[in-house]
Design a protein around this ligand. Structure first.
Ligand code: ADP
Ligand code: F6P
Length: 319
C-alpha cells in the first residue's frame, strides 16, 4: 500500500471534512501518498484526481460541506462506469480507496472490492440510517440544527396557539425526527418505522390545548411524506390553525459539532489503519465508544435500527 485515494459521495454531511483531514494526515504520517478524488464516483470516472499533502486539509476541520465536493453518479452504477473507475484507480497508481458516504456510496465501494480493489467505507450521512453503526458523520450536527429550529418554531407556535408541523430529512429513516424530537420536546413524532393514527395526534393536541398548552410541535420524518396532508387533517378534524415548515437542506450544512468532528477523525484514522493492515471491503463505525469495522456487505444490509425504547420515552415525555 503506497498510495491511497479518498472521495466523498452521495449527500454531503457536516464533518466529512474532518474525515478527509484525518485520512490524509494519518496516511502521510505513516509514509503513504494520498490522492484526492473530486465529486465522488463522478470525479473518479473522469479522472478528476489530484495529489494531497498536509496543507491540503489545513483549516477545514470546522467547515461544513466537503472540500472534495460530492455527487450522485448514475454512470457508476453501470458495468462500464465501474470499469472506468477501476481503470482510473490503476492509471493514477492508487492502491487503496476510502469512500465517505451513505449506503448508496457503500454499494459502489462494495462493487470495487468485489472486483479486487481494497476499499474502506466511512459512514458520512446525516440520515444515521446504517444499521451497523450507532452514529454516522453529520447526524449530530443535523439534529442540533433541527433542535434550534424547533426552538424558534416553539416561540411562534406559542404566540399563535398553532400546531406547527415540521418535516425533517432522513430518507427512509426516522432517526433525525426521533432524536431531535426528544431533545426539542416535540409534542408528536411521526416516523416511517411506526404507523401513526391522525385521530390520536388530534386527541393529544386537544388534551394539550385544554390544559393550557400553547405550543404544538409535530415532527414528521420525510419518509412518512405528506406534511401538508397532516396539517389539513388537523384543521379539518379539530379546527386548529396549522403551519408547515420543511427544514430541508438547512440540515445538511453548518459548522460540524465537536461530536461529529471527533467520530470523523477516529473513523478516518481506522480506515487508513485497515488499508495498511492489508484489509479491504470493510466499513468503519462506532459501537458505544468503540471504533469497529464490519464487512461492506453487512454494512448495507437492510436494518431495523429504530430504538424502540427511545421512541417510547419520547412518547411518555410528551404526554
Ligand atoms: P448515499 O451514499 O448518501 O446513500 P446515494 O444513494 O445517492 O447517496 O449514492 C451515492 C452514489 O453511490 C451514487 O450516486 C452512485 O454513484 C453510487 N452508488 C449507489 N448505489 C450504487 C450501486 N448499486 N452500485 C454502484 N454504485 C452505486
Ligand atoms: O441522504 C441525505 C439526504 O439529505 C436525505 O436525508 C434526503 O432525502 C436526500 O439526501 C436529499 O438529497 P438531495 O440533496 O439530492 O436533494
Amino acid at each position: 500500500m503506497k498510495r491511497i485515494g479518498i472521495l466523498t459521495s452521495g449527500g454531503d454531511a457536516p464533518g466529512m471534512n474532518a474525515a478527509v483531514r484525518a485520512v490524509v494526515r494519518v496516511a502521510i504520517f505513516n509514509g503513504l501518498k494520498v490522492s484526492g478524488i473530486r465529486r465522488g464516483y463522478q470525479g473518479l470516472i473522469e479522472g478528476d484526481i489530484f495529489d494531497m499533502d498536509v496543507s491540503s486539509v489545513g483549516d477545514i476541520i470546522h467547515r461544513g460541506g466537503t472540500i472534495l465536493q460530492s455527487a450522485r453518479c448514475l454512470e457508476f452504477k453501470t458495468e462500464e462506469g465501474l470499469q472506468k473507475g477501476l481503470d482510473m484507480l490503476k492509471l493514477f497508481n492508487i492502491d487503496g480507496l476510502v469512500v465517505c458516504g451513505g449506503d448508496g456510496s457503500y454499494n459502489g465501494a462494495f462493487k470495487l472490492w468485489q472486483n479486487g480493489f481494497p476499499t474502506i467505507g466511512i459512514p458520512g450521512t446525516i440520515d444515521n440510517d446504517l444499521g451497523y453503526t450507532d452514529y454516522t458523520i453529520g447526524f449530530d450536527t443535523a439534529i442540533n440544527t433541527v433542535v434550534n429550529a424547533i426552538g424558534n418554531l416553539r416561540d411562534t407556535s406559542s404566540s399563535h396557539g398553532r400546531a406547527n408541523i415540521v418535516e425533517v430529512m432522513g430518507r427512509h429513516c426516522g432517526d433525525i425526527a426521533l432524536h431531535a424530537g426528544l431533545a426539542g420536546g416535540a409534542e408528536t413524532i411521526i416516523i416511517p418505522e411506526v404507523d401513526f393514527d391522525i385521530d390520536e395526534v388530534c386527541r393529544k393536541l386537544l388534551q394539550g390545548k385544554n390544559r393550557g398548552k400553547l405550543h404544538n410541535i409535530i415532527l414528521v420524518a420525510e419518509g412518512v411524506g405528506k406534511p401538508y396532508d397532516i396539517a389539513d387533517a388537523i384543521k379539518d378534524k379539530i379546527d386548529m390553525d396549522t403551519r408547515v415548515s420543511i427544514i430541508g437542506h438547512l440540515q445538511r450544512g453548518g459548522i460540524p459539532t465537536a461530536f461529529d468532528r471527533i467520530i470523523a477523525s477516529r473513523f478516518g484514522n481506522r480506515a487508513v489503519e485497515l488499508l495498511m493492515e492489508g484489509k479491504g471491503g470493510r466499513a468503519v463505525g462506532i459501537d458505544g465508544n468503540d471504533i469497529i469495522d464490519v464487512s461492506l456487505e453487512d454494512a448495507v444490509k437492510p436494518n431495523d435500527r429504530l430504538n424502540k425504547k427511545m421512541y417510547e420515552l419520547a412518547q411518555m415525555l410528551s404526554i
